[in-house]
Write a protein that binds this ligand. Structure first.
Ligand code: FAD
Length: 277
């Protein structure tokens, strides 16, 4: 499912006006007794009796609960979309077929998904220092493309065409992570979910786990309508082990781009195949 469609499914299930767009939280203050004051970007303030930090990797709410901040995970991705019929990447499009292609080498990978309407979604993924992308601020797409292409010097042009072909302007993403097993002491009136709680490098599960957190939190609040503290306690009791288990399963990058790439992933496929047989 495409992310935008999933987002529409979730938003359309809510009564109109539930989500108030354009209310960016700039600051949050503990007012004691489980209450918090939010200051919004326009300077307006709001008091909360239950505050859920669902605000992603760089959560403004997390510091109320924990000193943890995301650290660089060693991987930088450069993302682009290409139309199906682009002349320059016809050979690559044929390689991808109707699904996904992964081309893996030590420290480098190119991954491509076939998406809706035949579009190709391509990722160059590199184990590089955090300063690799310094200066690539999106204002000069050709400079970004050239820097990525240098990293794939000598690769088959059918694959590098996915980077150099005329796609959407490349977007650079430095991947960050919270410590595996990140947790906090129960603190009245506030909790976290999704990436705010347990940011991990992408492993195909982040959105699933975030939605599950939201569903479990909703269920706990509905089960204790007059006692949000009981609900938050129950929610966090299950959240921490669930998030820790998902994190230990997610050391994808060493497996995908480790020194023996692509054999780590091949071994995984073999093991899965044997388990299913
Ligand atoms: C490159 C990449 C590829 C990925 N691929 C996949 C994949 O294939 N499958 C998968 O399941 N997961 C994938 N993930 C992970 C997935 O995107 C996240 O785990 C998921 O989006 C987490 O959802 P969330 O709601 O917790 O946070 P987010 O999706 O980050 O949502 C946080 C929201 O909070 C808002 N916000 C932030 N700050 C404020 C503020 N101060 N005030 C108000 N609002 C604020 C943001 O605007 C945003 O809407 C990928 C991640 C990356 C980086």
């Amino acid at each position: 499912m495409q992310r935008g469609e999933l987002r529409s499914v979730l938003l359309d299930a809510l009564p109109a006006g539930t989500v108030r767009w354009g209310h960016r939280v700039r600051a949050v203050r503990d007012r004691g007794a489980g209450r918090h004051e939010l200051t919004l970007a326009d300077g307006a303030t709001r008091d909360t009796d239950v505050l859920v930090g669902a605000d992603g990797a760089w959560s403004r709410i997390r510091p109320l609960l924990s000193d943890a901040t995301p650290t660089y995970a060693g991987v930088t991705m450069v993302e682009t979309y290409l139309d199906r019929d682009g002349e320059q990447h016809r050979a690559a499009a044929a390689l991808v077929g109707g699904g996904t292609t992964l081309a893996l080498a030590p420290g480098r990978g190119i991954m491509v998904h076939r998406e809706r309407f035949g579009r190709l979604h391509a990722w160059a993924q590199m184990l590089v220092p955090p300063d690799w992308a310094d200066g690539l601020d999106g204002t000069d797409p050709a400079a970004t493309t050239a820097r990525v292409a240098r990293e794939y010097d000598g690769w088959d042009t059918a694959l590098t065409a996915l980077i150099t072909g005329r796609g959407t302007p490349p977007v650079v993403r430095r991947i960050h992570t919270l410590p595996a097993g990140h947790r906090w002491e129960r603190t009245p009136g506030v909790t976290l979910l999704g990436d705010a709680a347990h940011l991990q490098p992408p492993n195909g599960e982040g959105a699933n786990v975030a939605m599950l957190d939201g569903a479990e939190l909703g269920r706990a609040l509905a089960a204790h309508p007059d006692d949000p503290e009981a609900a938050l306690t129950e929610y966090e009791r299950d959240l921490f082990p669930r998030a820790a288990a998902a994190a230990t399963e997610s050391d994808n990058y060493r497996r995908l781009f480790g020194d023996d790439a692509p054999h780590g992933l091949i071994a995984d496929f073999d093991a899965a195949h044997r388990a299913a047989a």
